[in-house]
Write a protein that binds this ligand. Sequence first.
Ligand code: R5P
Length: 311
Amino acid sequence: MDTLQVFSGTSNPDLASEICAYLQIPLGKAQITRFPNDEVKIRIEQNVAPFDVFVIQSLSAPVDHHIMQMLIMIDALRRGSAERITAVIPYFAYAKQEKKTAPREPISAKLVANLLTVAGADRILTVDLHSPAIEGFFDIPVDHLRAAPILADHLRTLHIEHPVVVSPDSGGVARATDFRYRLGAAIAIIAKNRLRPDSVEMIDMVGDVRNCTAIIVDDMISTGGTLFEAADMLKSRGAEKVFAVASHAILANQAAPSIASGRLNGVVVTNTIAIPPEKHSPYLTVLSVAPLIGETIRRIHLNLSVSALFT
Ligand code: R5P
C-alpha cells in the first residue's frame, strides 16, 4: 500500500475523506482554485511519479466544472509521471445521453468517456451507471460497482412485511428484478412516459400492490418526478406504504422538500453525490459507499479480484 495515493476534486470531499480513512492513508495534497478568468487551476503538491494514483470526483452539479476539474487533475498527474491513474467517479454524469433519440443529437456520455481517456485515465471505477452499456464506451478497464447490496441490506433491517419491489419504468426492470431476489419480494412494473426533462406521466402498472409495502427502485432521483408520480399510482392501486431506494441523490428542483414533506414513508439513497445539510430530512436515509469504493481501490492496487467482492 506504500505506492498508493488518493486525490480528490471538490465535488464530494466527505466521501473522499471516508475512503482515505478506510484505506488508512492521507488524502493527496493538491491545490484546486480558479484563475481570475474563472478557469480551473490545479497544482499537485507532492511527488506522484512512482505511484498508483486514484482521483475521486463525482460529476454532480455544477457538472461541467466538476468534469473539467477531473480532466485537468488527471492531466497534471499524467504530466507528473504517475505510474497509473484511475478515475474514481461515484456518479457518472451525462449517462442519460447515451444514445440518440432524435436526429442531430449528441451522444454526450461517449464524449465524456473520450475526454477522460484522452486526459490520461488508465482505468475507471464507477457506481451504478444509468446504462451498463456505457462501460463499452471505454477502451480501458472499467470497474462498475453496484450499490444494491448496501441498499438491500438496509431494507432488510426495516423488516418490511409483504414487500413488492417496483420498477418505475421499463428501463429499470433488471435493477428491480435484482432487488426482488435480494429481498425475496414480489415485483411490479410501471409504464412511464417522459413528457419533458422535468415532467413524467405514469401510464399503467403490471403487478399487484394491494395491502403491500411498495419499494420503488431507481438509479437516481433527479427532480423526483418519477418517484412521486410512481408513489401516487402505487397508493391509488392500494399500496399501504411506499418506500424508495436509489443510488444517486441528485435532488434537483423540489425533490428534497417533497421528500421532507413525507410524500413517501421513506427514501434511502447513498452518498455518491454530496447532499447539502438543507436537503437532509428524517424521511431521507443516506448510506455510505465509502467502504465499497475503498475496498475496491485496495483490491485494484493489490491486483486482487474486484468481482470477488460481489460473489
Ligand atoms: C430514468 O430513466 C431514470 O432511471 C430515473 O428514473 C430518472 O432519471 C429520475 O429522474 P426524475 O427524478 O427527474 O424523474
